[in-house]
Ligand binder design. Structure first.
Ligand code: ASP
Length: 321
């Protein structure tokens, strides 16, 4: 499924967001769908509020948009993140700006309320690009970011998913027929923005894949895999099977297709997602190019997503129709 749109004017801001790949429509209650749509709109409005007053605010805008989704338990990022198979919650996040290609990322963090803000702090207050584990938590704490007990991120829904997965594993080991399906929660969040000065930025945040091995790091925090921004080409934030996004340098590959192959954003983004399919996985991404064109291809039932243009209202969608 490809969703592309064209920006109608130069020097106008554009913001696009995603809230991860959608599961089957039937698994989303009407109440839940309403809340997800409201959260996506709030995320777009928070980012757009920054872009309205700050013509160089693309980085702050993607942070604001992602923070709203990290705080919403319906997404797999921040509060509401999925569990590892050991019952822990381990989060990854990254941010990149396109002017100087500065970037910051954290992985395997457990106590930072908003991992995307920690990624930004790594970018702006350290000489590193990527900090992981307890040291990343400590770095954020020392820089004054809001820290929480790991129980803050817990939700009953994700806990129940883990219990269902465990009993399914146990029945497979004992040779019994497993009943029912286990929801693989996705719901990674991300944002890409173009500000009025022509600066692109991207940010992504996730709890990772459901029931992952403790210590596993996905693509979201890996610059060039799940997150990428470069003013000469585009900004990209991805979601889906992280290992495949890492193996195909997916986010960077969109930028490279623009830079070296002369592809349009729509073609480049679709090819990167098709490549994930070729490798046997599912995925989607959102991208904005330097002219403000937007592409949001995905290979799945749907992808929670939204856009807002300087002269328009927030527009959100979950499935194809
Ligand atoms: N890409 C994320 C990861 O592999 C998961 C997702 O987007 O659903 O950690």
């Amino acid at each position: 499924m490809t969703v592309s749109s064209t920006n109608s004017g130069a020097n106008k801001f554009v913001l696009a967001i995603h809230g991860g790949l959608a599961g089957p429509r039937a698994s989303l209650s009407a109440d839940c769908e309403r809340e997800v749509r409201a959260a996506l709109r709030k995320s777009l409005q928070s980012g757009a509020a920054v872009l309205r007053v700050n013509s160089t605010g693309s980085v702050e805008a993607v942070l604001a948009a992602v923070k709203v989704m990290e705080d919403c338990p319906h997404f797999n990022a921040g509060k509401g993140s999925v569990y590892t198979r050991a019952g822990t919650i381990e989060m990854d996040a990254a941010v990149m700006e396109g002017a100087e290609r500065r970037a910051g990322a954290v992985a395997h963090v457990k106590r930072i309320r908003n991992p995307v803000l920690a990624a930004h702090t790594v970018m702006t207050q350290s000489s590193a690009v990527f900090l992981v584990g307890d040291e990343a938590d400590q770095f954020a704490e020392q820089r004054g970011l809001e820290m929480v007990d790991p129980s803050y991120f817990a939700t009953e829904r994700r806990w129940n998913d883990l219990q269902a997965w465990k009993s399914r594993q146990a029945s497979q080991v004992s040779g019994q027929a497993a009943t029912g399906s286990v929801e693989i929660s996705r719901g990674t969040v991300g944002a890409v923005a173009l500000d009025r000065a022509g600066n692109l930025a991207a940010a992504t945040s996730t709890g990772g894949l459901s029931f992952k091995i403790p210590g596993r790091v996905g693509d979201s925090g890996v610059i060039g895999a799940g997150t990428c921004a470069e003013n000469r080409t585009c900004a990209v934030s991805a979601t889906g099977d992280g290992e495949l996004f890492i193996r195909s340098s997916a986010a960077y590959s969109v930028s490279a297709r623009l830079m070296y192959c002369g592809k349009s954003l729509g073609e480049a983004a679709q090819e990167a997602v098709d490549d994930i399919g070729t490798l046997g996985g599912v995925g989607g991404l959102i991208a904005i190019d330097r002219c403000g064109n937007v592409a949001m291809p995905y290979h799945a039932l749907g992808m929670f997503r939204g856009t807002i243009y300087e002269c328009g209202d927030p527009s959100v969608a979950l499935y194809e129709t």
